[in-house]
Design a protein around this ligand. Structure first.
Ligand code: SF4
Ligand code: WCC
Ligand code: FE2
Length: 633
């Protein structure tokens, strides 16, 4: 058995893991032990399964073992191809999510389940995309804008529309490097083509192409995902909530929302408030219906409704172990197939809803967007009817939970900043106050801390330690995804956490009335961070790479994170990784990513498995950027 002390920062996780052992239930930790050390070839990225002459695994060490695959591919080629394919897969995931949301907007109608919640944001976007709005019904505008977005996936000519939002020097860099993404699907297809057996073998070219595809995620799919979700479901504003498994309620129907697309979770939120279903919940002996979120769908509904956060990626099995979850409702991405055997050990229903993510042994209730609320009600009803099946002797809800303030969209951040603007002198609604405190050095810089959990590190340790170190050094933190949930659980997204910040950041938190770590949403909402950085750069008349800003993924695990890392880097922001990507088998690829890309994009990757060292490297880099910024005046 693994040393459970290594498992998590949170003692509560360990209590549940002990419970699993006592009840003979297998968790990811048991499987991690069975798995032993990861395959060395795979870990270094030097195994190729691209054609049936192989699989070929080449030696990362010169002179030892096979140096080339059967076709002659070198370690550099194999590593770069595998890496590029990770980017393509990640981009596909975020972008297909966005496509669904755009379809939902195309469906939206005044009397339908899906309506337009943020008309102003829709009108702004319509103007940006030159859609005529005068005298037109808001839904006609929505449909037209949605159709344009849907065309971004497959248009035959031109490059993506949202690229125009970048600072001018950034656009020039992309132009020069020829990495302005064309249609989103096209960039994904191009990678799949170029990495096919016998196509591109040049590592640099693959990294290049990878950047273009990744940019199709950040400035394409992810940005569409965020913008359209805001228009449909409302742009988040600050609100209070709670986080960690202690939010589960013994006397209520607990529904765990896990996955990514708000089109499903929004409807479940509505269904859970349906008077008939609330009545039914009382009839089965429960005091109410308690929704709790996990991973990004959890972030989406906490940002817009304050739905409580059950936990992050690595807690999905632990939530079921409490014995009080009536249903785990999932759509796509980051869902463990082990939720089938683990829910079988309890009364919990495991309900899949998307044809894109059917899971063996789960109950599949397909979510139908055309009859969204009806579908959602059916799903909630299943959960309610399952309440009677709880096994009383298997119930254990840890007490732990923390207060959190969430909901920091870019609009919300700017609104907070307005508090310190003297409107007689300066206009409201700009990033000027942020630019001012950065220039003055009150804030040394900003960090976007994002990404998953990974059993290669202690649960949440990387997230929390890096955040604490940065805020103590007057670096403001913005966060999304499972990193944001880690922060919420640790109390870092509460305003109270300002006491852990350095003097400068503390003063900013007080004046602007914000926590030192801002929860900005789900993984696609990293586009919010990119937008905020770009707006600040534009305001200061510089490029993103000139700002003392870093991107960090201390515990990443998914292909989506690889796409994110690459678009953040290609957008001019340094990326710090706490888990090594499978590239170390190629000195050429490592050199490209951690060194040579800087000449191209003004940013590069830093990698170190020691989070604290990583944080030190960030602080050094931030100060370097500050010096250069001063020179720029
Ligand atoms: Fe081996 Fe080349 Fe085929 Fe890859 S593409 S499996 S290296 S022969
Ligand atoms: Ni985004 Fe990572 Fe969480 Fe999944 S939900 S686990 S990709 S950070
Ligand atoms: Fe996510």
């Amino acid at each position: 058995m693994s040393d459970t002390k290594m498992v998590s920062l949170d003692a509560m996780d360990e209590q549940l893991i002990q419970k699993a052992k006592q009840e003979g239930v297998e968790t990811m930790w048991d499987r991690k032990v069975t798995m032993k050390a990861p395959c060395g070839f795979g870990e270094k990225g030097v195994c190729c399964r691209i054609c049936a002459m192989g699989p070929c695994r080449v030696s990362p060490v010169e002179g030892k073992g096979a140096q080339r695959g059967i076709c002659g591919a070198t370690a550099d080629t194999i590593v770069a191809r595998n890496f590029a394919r990770m980017i393509a897969a990640g981009t596909a995931a975020h972008s297909d999510h966005a496509r669904e949301i755009a379809h939902v907007m195309h469906l939206a109608s005044k009397d339908g389940n899906y309506t337009i919640k943020d008309e102003k944001k829709l009108l702004r976007l319509a103007e940006e995309w030159e859609v005529k709005t005068e005298g037109k019904d808001i839904y006609d505008i929505a449909h037209e804008v949605a159709e344009i977005a849907l065309n971004e996936f497959g248009k035959p000519f031109g490059t993506l529309r949202f690229l125009e939002r970048a600072p001018e020097p950034r656009k020039k860099i992309w132009e020069k490097l020829k990495i302005k993404p064309r249609a989103i699907d096209r960039e994904i297809a191009t990678i799949m083509h170029s990495t096919h057996m016998g196509c591109t073998s040049d590592a640099e070219s693959l990294i290049h192409m990878g950047m273009r595809t990744a940019l199709a995620d950040g400035w394409g799919g992810s940005m569409i995902g965020t913008e359209f979700s805001d228009i449909l479901f409302g742009t988040p504003v600050p609100r209070e909530t709670e986080a960690n498994l202690g939010v589960l309620e013994e006397k209520q129907i607990n529904i765990l929302l896990h996955g990514h697309e708000p089109s499903l979770s929004e409807m479940i939120v509505m269904a859970s408030q349906d008077p008939e279903l609330v009545k039914l919940a009382h009839e089965v002996g429960a005091e109410g219906i308690n929704l709790a979120g996990m991973c990004c769908t959890g972030n989406e509904v906490t940002m817009r409704h304050g739905v409580k956060i059950a936990g992050n990626f690595y807690q999905q099995e632990l939530a079921v172990l409490t014995g009080v979850v009536e249903a785990v409702i999932v759509d796509v991405q980051c869902i463990f197939p082990s939720l089938t055997p683990i829910t079988d050990c309890y009364h919990t229903k495991f309900i899949t809803t998307s044809p894109k993510a059917k899971i063996t042994g789960a109950t599949h209730i397909e979510f139908n967007e055309e009859k969204a609320l009806e579908s959602a009600k059916g799903i909630v009803r299943e959960a309610i009817e399952n309440f009677k099946n709880r096994k009383q002797d298997k119930i254990f809800i840890p007490k732990t939970k923390a207060q959190a303030t969430v909901g920091y969209s870019v609009e919300a951040v700017i609104k907070q900043l307005d508090r310190v603007v003297n409107s007689q002198i300066d206009p409201l609604g700009t990033v000027k106050p942020l630019a001012d405190v950065i220039k003055a050095g009150v804030l040394r810089g900003a960090a976007g801390i994002v990404g998953c959990n990974n059993p290669k590190t202690q649960h949440d340790y990387g997230h929390i330690e890096v955040m604490k170190k940065l805020i103590a050094n007057d670096v403001i933190v913005v966060t999304t995804g499972c990193a944001a949930q880690a922060a919420a659980k640790a109390g870092l997204t509460s305003k109270d956490a300002a006491k852990l910040a350095g003097k400068g950041l503390q003063a900013v938190c007080e004046l602007v009335d914000i926590p030192p770590v801002l929860h900005m949403g789900s993984c696609v909402d990293i586009s919010r961070i990119i937008t905020l950085v770009s707006e600040t750069a534009k305001f200061m008349g510089v490029d993103n790479c000139d700002l003392p800003v870093v991107g960090v993924a201390p515990e990443w695990m998914s292909e989506k994170a690889v796409a994110i890392g690459n678009y953040v880097m290609a957008s001019g922001i340094d990326v710090f990784l706490g888990v090594l990507p499978p590239v170390t088998g190629s000195p050429e690829v490592v050199d490209l990513l951690t060194n040579r890309v800087e000449e191209m994009t003004g940013a590069k990757f830093f990698m170190d498995e020691d989070s604290l060292k990583l944080a030190d490297m960030m602080l050094v880099r931030i100060e370097e950027k500050r010096k250069n910024l001063e020179k720029l005046g």
